[in-house]
Ligand binder design. Structure first.
Ligand code: NAI
Ligand code: MG
Length: 344
């Protein structure tokens, strides 16, 4: 079995608490499924900036680049210097943000199972901002190449998911005629080569409304960086909130998994952070590794972890989901479920 090298970036705020929980789960998975995991700690974020004068030191980049994957906790105010930089540096062009309604999370709408495929390397997040006397300006970069590969990715995901087989391109091409106009045109071209998948377009403001009005109509949404960032927080709230929202940043050969949420300074150190978003990242990471290295045990580990999370959600929840359990209690419940799973 191949050794799976994981760079673990614990981050700031609740990052270390939910990273500890992830390490405990990874250890259990490795015992239960005989996985050979090699976890390497890397540091980045606000605390690293304070300590070393840099939010993302070169040594951390080196460890990440020589690993198979990066599992990242949230960082704080240095997010732009850490995650936005890593996405561009490692060319992790597809940001996958699933929103799936688990029946175990009560009070939320059922049946939602959508995936936001967000372009991850361009748009206003390129960081080209300038000040001038009396104002400031930000440059929005959209290229044909980036639109094309993100659209291709979205169609592939719609096919692989095998659900509604529908892609909706979200933009505002009626106003931003050059930038979103290009995105829309390229999506249409890619759609014409993927006729087995249903294709539609929606303006971003209408998409924001329709996510609330009728979220079940969505399967895969493909969009540019900023719109994807905003819509994915909205979609997360539809299915239980940021505490259960994982994401993947995927390139051709490398991937980085991180919760959608930030460092939650308001609850940091209280022991009540919901670890499930990061544990669902571990699930996505195992699925990705299973595909990449044709490792059947990793696939079974991913499946068992999702089941264990669902069983836990039915009875043990942190306060963000209306419960009164701690991070540790939720983690222990997931571990107990994993140990109960029959092994074949
Ligand atoms: P946030 O996601 O940290 O928190 C928003 C709200 O959700 C807070 O009330 C928080 O307590 C709650 N929350 C978030 N995750 C939770 C969890 N796992 N369990 C329970 N409750 C949870 O967003 P906010 O407050 O806008 O940002 C805080 C910091 O995080 C900022 O410094 C921001 O730059 C950073 N950030 C970092 C990101 C990253 O590393 N990728 C992404 C988003 C924000
Ligand atoms: Mg965000």
């Amino acid at each position: 079995m191949t050794r799976f090298k994981i760079a673990l970036l614990t981050g700031d705020g609740i990052g270390p608490e939910i990273s500890n929980s992830s390490v405990a789960i990874l250890k259990t998975l490795s015992e239960q499924f005989h996985l050979r995991l090699d976890i390497r700690n890397v540091e980045a974020g606000d605390r690293t900036l304070k300590r070393l004068g840099k939010a993302l030191p070169q040594e951390s980049i080196d460890v990440i680049e020589t690993s198979d994957v990066c599992l990242k906790g949230p960082v704080g105010e240095t997010a732009a210097d850490v995650i936005v930089k890593l996405r561009q540096l490692l060319d992790l062009y597809a940001n996958l943000r699933p929103a799936k309604a688990y029946p175990q999370v009560s009070n939320y709408r059922q049946g939602i199972d959508l995936l936001i495929v967000r372009e991850n390397t361009e748009d206003l997040y390129r960081g080209h901002e300038f000040e001038f006397d009396g104002g400031a300006v930000a440059l929005r970069l959209i290229t044909k190449n980036a639109c094309s590969r993100i659209a291709e990715y979205a169609f592939r995901m719609a096919r692989e998911r095998g659900l509604q087989k529908r892609v909706i391109a979200v933009h505002k091409a009626n106003v931003l005629r050059k930038t979103d106009g290009l995105f829309s045109r390229v999506c249409r071209e890619v759609a014409s080569r993927n006729v087995d998948i249903d294709f539609n377009e929606m303006y971003v403001d209408a998409a924001a409304m329709n996510l609330i009005r009728n979220p079940n109509q969505f399967d895969v949404l493909v969009t540019t960086n900023l719109y994807g960032d905003i819509l994915s927080d909205e979609a997360a709230q539809l299915v239980g909130g940021l505490g259960v929202a994982p994401s993947a940043n995927v390139g051709d050969n490398f991937a980085l998994f991180e919760p959608v949420h930030g460092s939650a300074p308001d609850i940091a150190g209280k022991g009540i952070a919901n670890p499930l978003a990061m544990l669902l990242c571990v699930k996505m990471m195992m699925d990705w590794w299973a595909l990449k290295s044709a490792d059947e045990s990793a696939r079974r580990a991913a499946e068992a972890l999702e089941d264990a999370v669902l069983c836990t959600l039915a009875r043990t929840r942190t306060p963000d989901l209306g419960g009164n359990s701690s991070t540790r209690e939720v983690t222990n419940s997931v571990i107990r479920q994993l140990k109960k799973e029959p092994r074949s």
